[in-house]
Design a protein around this ligand. Structure first.
Ligand code: 16G
Ligand code: ZN
Length: 531
């Protein structure tokens, strides 16, 4: 295998620790950073093969998102900016776990199975978060790419969604946007400024937003885009990475799970605040009321705000396009009920993990998808985008229709359709609040969340739990679902489910019920049933 000579040589510089087995999980590989060098090198190889196979640019992002600073991870990005396809997740796992001496034969197997023409050119783009380990790890990825004669471009420090965006731009010949960081800022900020022209009387106070950057890459990037926003948004940044540790007592995951504000944020009553996670693909909003109570506006509230806004605009425009919301089992029951019964939008539920939601959202004219944890975006079908563009220029359309179509056009441009993006979502939410002239409290009051609780349980082997119905029902072990059903029956407006985590060695428990006391009791009892 002469073509792999370089791989053999170089792989010796990226040895696999003995006995280490890793799996390409919900969002790629994730573990302590010092176990990942060989995985990075091998993902560089795999991305190069994927690029040859698809004849497109492939992305490799080095990040462990909301996990602690000492962890790291990697995920591959497919041609349209989406997560890599499942079959290749399988190759990733096999390749990462191959013994050093088998590496070339495993590569050969993948090439054979996928009938890859090795004479094709390959293009791989890389990016990384601010973890101290990320720089060396991304160098290992580039090493892998060069071993198979792939071309690479390193975007360096970028948010995960920025890299997804670059991949999509590069594979659509710039039709989606310019594949540079500057191009990304220009596209988003132009759309944002156009939208805020519809809210000309906003005061500086209304433009003010407190942002928790999780001490990560999002903080750096907010500083960069701010310049383009021409004071239409006045950001006060906390946890900007200058002193605190990444994701430590801050960030979207901390705020959502703990249901409390991040450390280091100076909140005044009624002030709108938001938190990004460590790679800026998730966002949650919150505020404190005058009695000092904390109110969280999570992915469900975001999906409701955005889908309501879009549905109203489509109605004004007279466009017959179906808006649907995609959620997971974690969506608060109140949100689902509001969307279905009051807003009359279709709601569908998928398994946890962005790839599942993204896929489901592609089925609709306008698919709004959000996980409760704040990860999400909106996808517009080609048909939807064309209809909006045609209407905006239609001489026979009424002024009201044209106005709605223009708003929709700018809204489409503000959204990162490659993947959920905290910066793009934040700008969209800010624009919607401004256009509708509502406060964060008005938004919060659209519906009231049912009290809910998440717990995690350590078990000997979490894989004994298998689920169905978008993870809402346990199929194994026998009797577990019956026990959960019996417990749920004891409470009002109650619901509970358990699922094995895709990112940690734990079982997750979720419960909701009419009061916090009830739901705490229910979650505790369900967690005992899991043992
Ligand atoms: C990953 C997923 C996130 C999901 C979470 C669930 C992506 C990019 N990220 O962070 O969407 O909510 O895993 O984690 O897909 P769990 O399986 O440990 O509960
Ligand atoms: Zn993330």
């Amino acid at each position: 295998m002469a073509q792999f000579e370089k791989v053999s040589q170089k792989s010796a510089c990226h040895p696999k620790p003995n006995g280490l087995t890793l799996q390409y999980g919900t969002a790629g590989f994730r573990t302590t950073a010092n176990h990942l060098d060989h995985v990075m090198f091998r993902m560089g190889l795999l991305a190069t093969l994927r690029s040859k196979k698809t004849k497109s640019t492939i992305g490799v992002m080095v990040t462990a998102s909301h996990n602690p600073e000492e962890d790291n991870g990697v995920k591959l990005i497919d041609p349209m900016g989406e997560m890599v396809t499942p079959a290749w997740e399988g190759y990733a796992t096999v390749l990462a776990n191959a013994d050093q001496e088998d590496l070339c034969s495993v590569l050969g197997d993948i090439i054979g199975k996928e009938s890859i023409d090795m004479s094709e050119a390959a293009n791989v783009v890389t990016g990384r978060d601010t973890r101290p380990s990320s720089e060396n790890l991304s160098r290992a990825v580039l090493d892998g790419v060069s071993c198979l004669q792939g071309h690479s471009h390193d975007y360096g420090l970028v948010t995960t969604p920025q890299l997804h965006y670059m991949v999509l731009c590069r594979n659509t010949n710039g039709r989606y946007g310019t594949a540079t960081i500057q191009g990304y800022y220009e596209k988003l900020s132009k759309a944002f400024i156009e939208l805020t022209k519809n809210a000309p009387k906003r005061t500086d106070d209304q433009k003010r937003l407190l942002v928790d950057g999780a001490n990560g890459i999002g903080a750096l990037k907010i500083r960069e885009i701010e310049v383009f926003l021409k004071s239409e948004l006045l950001v006060e940044l906390f946890n900007d990475g200058s002193s605190g540790r990444l994701n430590y007592l801050c960030g979207a995951d901390y705020v959502k799970v703990q249901q409390k504000p991040p450390q280091g944020m100076d909140m005044t009553a009624g002030q709108r605040c938001c938190s990004f996670d460590g790679d800026a693909d998730r966002i949650v909003y919150y505020y404190k009321d005058s009695a000092g109570h904390f109110h969280l506006l999570d992915g469900d509230k975001i999906a409701t705000l955005i889908s309501t806004y879009l549905k109203e605009l489509l109605t004004q425009a007279g466009l017959n396009l179906q808006v649907a919301v995609v959620q997971t089992a974690y969506a608060n029951g109140s949100s689902t009920q509001y969307l279905e019964n009051v807003m009359k939008v279709s709601v569908c539920c998928t398994k946890t993990g962005v790839k599942h939601l993204h896929h489901a959202a592609q089925e609709f004219d306008v698919g709004v998808y959000f996980e409760a944890n704040g990860h999400g975006t909106v996808l517009f079908s080609k048909k939807a985008e064309e209809k909006i563009q045609q209407l905006a220029k239609d001489p026979n359309a009424s002024d009201e229709q044209k106005h709605a179509a223009k708003l929709l056009e700018n809204t489409v441009n503000l959204i990162n359709q490659a993947t959920g993006d905290a910066i793009s979502d934040m700008l969209l939410i800010e624009a919607v609040l401004a256009i509708r002239g509502i406060t964060v409290q008005d938004w919060d009051a659209i519906y009231s969340d049912l009290p809910n609780r998440q717990l995690k349980v350590k078990v000997a082997d979490r894989r004994v739990i298998d689920t169905t119905d978008a993870e809402r029902k346990a199929v194994t072990p026998a009797g577990l679902q019956e026990s959960i059903d019996a417990l749920v029956k004891k409470y009002k407006q109650a619901r509970a489910f358990v699922r094995p985590s895709g990112t940690e060695d734990v079982v997750r428990v979720y419960a909701e019920a009419d009061t916090q006391e009830s739901v705490d009791g229910l979650a505790h009892q369900v967690s005992l049933a899991v043992y």
